[in-house]
Write a protein that binds this ligand. Structure first.
Ligand code: SAM
Length: 231
């Protein structure tokens, strides 16, 4: 699918002021270097982006989605929300100028887009389960990819995972628990982040589908540590 994906050779080679990104915020204050801090990997139809946008008006939030039609749908959804709210100031909650979507293979190109320590939140919500054992290496959480996620997350940054597939949940927990740069969020840390955790568990299209069908949602959140737990 990715033969016609375009991606920068390095993060500062990418133009975040371009039309499909955050044009209003950039044209308002071009000198202010604003960077994406939240990334929703495999954002699907964009429910998390639209839930988080008014909650975190000062943050640039990006969805990455590999399916062209789905990405186009989310883009049109964002443009419509911006148009409906154009009386709002560009950096005001509810202007929807701080969310954007990109068609991208997030398993291949994340370090091309984000500097070391740039991201504060990284979301993996209802990722494709890849049930068969032979396909497990295609999962979005693997030891190799966790090394990349640790690189682009700032110390204190958070990875959120939710799935309704128990086997995938156990897989993600196993690899995240084993990684020396991640630790599970405590109950009180989760409470401090309740608005975001609620959006993660209930805000996406897949979350709503699981809810309607009476499925179970498994949530796990991990903090990027400052220093390795081992050695
Ligand atoms: N997170 C959304 C939600 O909770 O509603 C969508 C969940 S859906 C089951 C998984 C999504 O991940 C699909 O839209 C799929 O196209 C996308 N996806 C799978 N592999 C991807 C990759 N390597 N890069 C970007 N998106 C990917």
């Amino acid at each position: 699918v990715d033969h016609n994906l375009t991606y920068p050779v390095k993060p500062d080679a990418f133009d975040w002021s371009a039309n499909d990104c955050y044009p209003a915020l950039y044209s308002k204050a071009p000198e202010q270097k604003r960077v994406v801090e939240f990334v929703d990997v495999g954002c699907g139809y964009g429910g998390l982006l639209t839930s988080l946008s008014p909650l975190f008006p000062s943050k640039l939030i990006l969805g990455m989605e590999i399916r062209p039609k789905v990405q186009e749908y989310v883009l049109q959804r964002i443009l419509a929300l911006r148009a409906q709210n154009k009386e709002k100031k560009v950096d005001e909650s509810g202007s929807f100028q701080n969310i954007s979507v990109m068609r991208m293979n997030a398993m291949k190109f994340l370090p091309n887009f984000f500097e070391k320590g740039q991201l504060e939140k990284l979301f993996f919500l209802f990722p494709d389960p890849h049930f068969k054992k032979k396909k497990h290496k295609a999962r979005i959480i693997t030891p190799q990819l966790l090394a990349e996620y640790a690189f682009i997350l700032k110390p204190g940054g958070i990875i959120y995972t939710v799935t309704d597939v128990r086997d995938l949940h156990e897989w993600m927990v196993k690899h995240l628990d084993a990684h020396p740069l991640f630790a599970r969020l405590t109950e009180s840390e989760l409470e401090a982040d309740a608005a975001c955790v609620d959006a993660v568990c209930n805000g996406t299209e897949e979350a709503k589908k699981v809810e309607r069908n009476g499925g179970t949602k498994f949530l796990m959140c991990y903090r990027r540590l400052e220093k390795s737990r081992v050695g």
